[in-house]
Design a protein around this ligand. Structure first.
Ligand code: GRF
Length: 187
C-alpha cells in the first residue's frame, strides 16, 4: 500500500499530531506524516516532529507571501493531504484553490453547533446535553465543510470547561485517524 504524504499544521500542544504519528506506525494506516508546519515558535507540538525526525517548518505569518512559502514546501514534499490539528490561522481561499487536494480540520464540538472559538464555555452556557468533536473537510467557510467523522459523549452536570476539553480530546485521538481511514477507503 502506498501511503499518502501528509502535512500536519499545528499551533499549540500537538497532542493530535502525536496521536496521528502513533497511528502512522500501523502498516495499513493510509498516510505518512512528511511535514509539520506551525505558525507558533513556542508550539509545544514541535517536539513530536523533532522526536520522530519529521521535517518541520516554522512560518512567519506576518510575511505577506507566507502562504506561498507553505505551498512551495508542500509541493516539494509531494503532500496530498493537509490535516489542520489545532492550527489557529484561517486558511485563505487562494491557498485552498492552489493546493487543490484534501484539507481536513478537527473542531472540538459537534458541528454545525458551536463553530469558532471558546467552544467549551459556550457549550456549558447553552446547557447542552452532549458534545464531542468533528473532523470536516475545509472549504472557504470557517468550520463549514463536509463532515467526515464525529464522536460524542454526554455532559455531566458538574463538568467544567476543562473537563469538557479533556473528554473531547480523548475522543479526538480516535476520531481523527478514523476520518483519515474513511477518506481513503471510499476514494
Ligand atoms: C483540539 O482540541 C482541536 O479540536 C482544536 O485544537 C485542539 C488542538 O489540540 N482545533 P492539540 O494541539 O492537538 O493538543
Amino acid at each position: 500500500m502506498v501511503k499518502k504524504n501528509t502535512c500536519v499544521f499545528i499551533s499549540g500542544k500537538g497532542s493530535n499530531l502525536k496521536s496521528l504519528i502513533l497511528n502512522t506506525r500501523e502498516y495499513n494506516f493510509p498516510i505518512n506524516i512528511k511535514l509539520v508546519i506551525t505558525n507558533n515558535p513556542s508550539a509545544e507540538g514541535i517536539i513530536h516532529a523533532k522526536k520522530n525526525n519529521i521535517p518541520f517548518l516554522l512560518i512567519n505569518t506576518k510575511k505577506n507571501n507566507f502562504e506561498n512559502i507553505i505551498l512551495n514546501k508542500i509541493k516539494e514534499h509531494k503532500i496530498s493531504l493537509i490535516c489542520l490539528a489545532g492550527y489557529m490561522k484561517i486558511i485563505s481561499k487562494n491557498f485552498i484553490n492552489n493546493f487543490r487536494k484534501k484539507i481536513i480540520n478537527i473542531h472540538p464540538s459537534l458541528l454545525p453547533k458551536f463553530k469558532g472559538l471558546n467552544t467549551f464555555e459556550r457549550i456549558l452556557k447553552e446547557n447542552e446535553k452532549k458534545t464531542g468533536c468533528t473532523i470536516h473537510a475545509i472549504d472557504e467557510k470557517l468550520d463549514a465543510g463536509k463532515i467526515i467523522n464525529q464522536k460524542f459523549f454526554f455532559i455531566n452536570s458538574n463538568d467544567t470547561a476543562k473537563d469538557l476539553k479533556n473528554k473531547t480530546q480523548k475522543l479526538e485521538y480516535r476520531a481523527f485517524p478514523e476520518a483519515i481511514i474513511k477518506i481513503y477507503r471510499y476514494n
